[in-house]
Design a binder for this molecule. Sequence first.
Ligand code: NAD
Length: 347
Amino acid sequence: MKILVTGGAGFIGSNFIRYILKKYPDDSVVNFDKLTYAGNLENLKDIENDKRYQFIQGDVCDYDGLCRAAEGVDAIIHFAAESHVDRSIHSSHEFLQTNVFGTQNVIDVVRELLPPPSPLLGKGGGVRFVHVSTDEVYGDIESPKKSKNGDAFKPSSPYSASKAASEVMVLAAIRTHGVPAMITRCTNNYGPFQFPEKLVPLFISNAIEGQPLPLYDGGAQIRDWLYVEDHCRAVDLVLRQGKVGEAYDIAAENEPEVINRQITEIILTTLGKNKDLVEEVAGLRPGHDQRYAVDSSKIRKELGWKPQVSLEEGLKQTIKWYQDNQDWWRRVKSGEYRQYYQSHYGN
Ligand SMILES: NC(=O)c1ccc[n+]([C@@H]2O[C@H](COP(=O)([O-])OP(=O)(O)OC[C@H]3O[C@@H](n4cnc5c(N)ncnc54)[C@H](O)[C@@H]3O)[C@@H](O)[C@H]2O)c1
C-alpha cells in the first residue's frame, strides 16, 4: 500500500510512519508536511534513507501541491494540523486555515482520486481516507459519564472548535460526495518525539533542566493518556479494516482516572526531582476543560483494538526516552519555541 501521510514530521505522524514502515515491508509512505514550528525532520532521521519513504515539503492549503503528492497513493492519513490549545487561544487564524481549509483541500484531493478516472491525476482507485480528529471535539464531560459516537460536539477552545469544524466537513463529504472517509477521535497522547510545549514532554524536560513545571489551575484536570504507539496501531487498524463512513473513538480508558497533578508527580518521582519545582499557574487557559473521557468500545469490539502499553509502563519508557535524547529536545527548545514560551509564561 502506498500511503500519503499529512503532518508526518510532527509527533504522532512521525511515530505513525515509523510504525507502518516497520510493520509492512511492502508499504511505502509519502510524508507531506509544511514543517511549521512543530514539524521536525529529525523525528524521522532513522528512516530518511529508506527507499520506501519520501518527504515532500508542502502546505495542505496548497491544493495543487497536495494533488501532485497524492498521485498514485492508495490511502491518505490526515494528521496535519495546528495542534496546541494555548496557541489557538493566543491566535486562532492559523488553526482555521490549516485545520479547516486544509482539511477541505484534503477532501477535494481524495475526490480527485476516486473513479471515474480524473484528467488531473490519471487512474482513479479505491483510495481510503482517514481523518485524524480528537476527543476534544466532545468537550468537557462530567464524571462518571463518557462521551460517545453520536454525541453532540461541544468544543471549548479555538483548537477543538477548528477540529470539530474540519470533522463535520469530512462527515458532509462522506454523505454528499461518497468520500470513502473514516474518522478517528483519540484521547491525549504521550511518547517519544512530542514537541516540548505539551504537558508530558514539557514537564519531563523542565524537570531534567531543574526549571519550574507550570501546572495549570490546580492540576485537577482529567485526561485519558494513551501511549502514542497504541494510537498509531488504532489508526492503522481503521485504515485497513475500518468501515467507510464510520468514526472510531480511541481511548486508554485508564482506571482509576488520573489527574494532571498525579502525572506531574510521577514524572518528578521517576526523575528523583523535588516537588518544589511545581509552579501553580492560573488563568493561562481560559475555558480549560476539566475532564475528557470517551467510550472506546466500538473500536475494541469491531476491530479488536486495545491498548498494549499501560500508563505506568508508557510513562516510564517516555521519561527514559527524554533522558536519553536530550540533544533532540534541547535543540527544539532553543528555537522559535523559546520566544513563544516567554510570551506565554513570562521569563
Ligand atoms: N497530540 C495528541 O494528544 C492528539 C490527540 C488526538 C488527536 N490528535 C490529532 O493528531 C494530529 C497530529 O497531532 P500531533 O500531536 O502529532 O501534532 P503536531 O503539532 O506534533 O504535528 C503537526 C504536524 O503538522 C504539520 N503541519 C501543520 N500545519 C500544516 C500545513 N498547513 N500543511 C502541512 N503540514 C502542516 C506540522 O509541521 C507538524 O509536523 C492532529 O490532527 C491532532 O489534532 C492529537
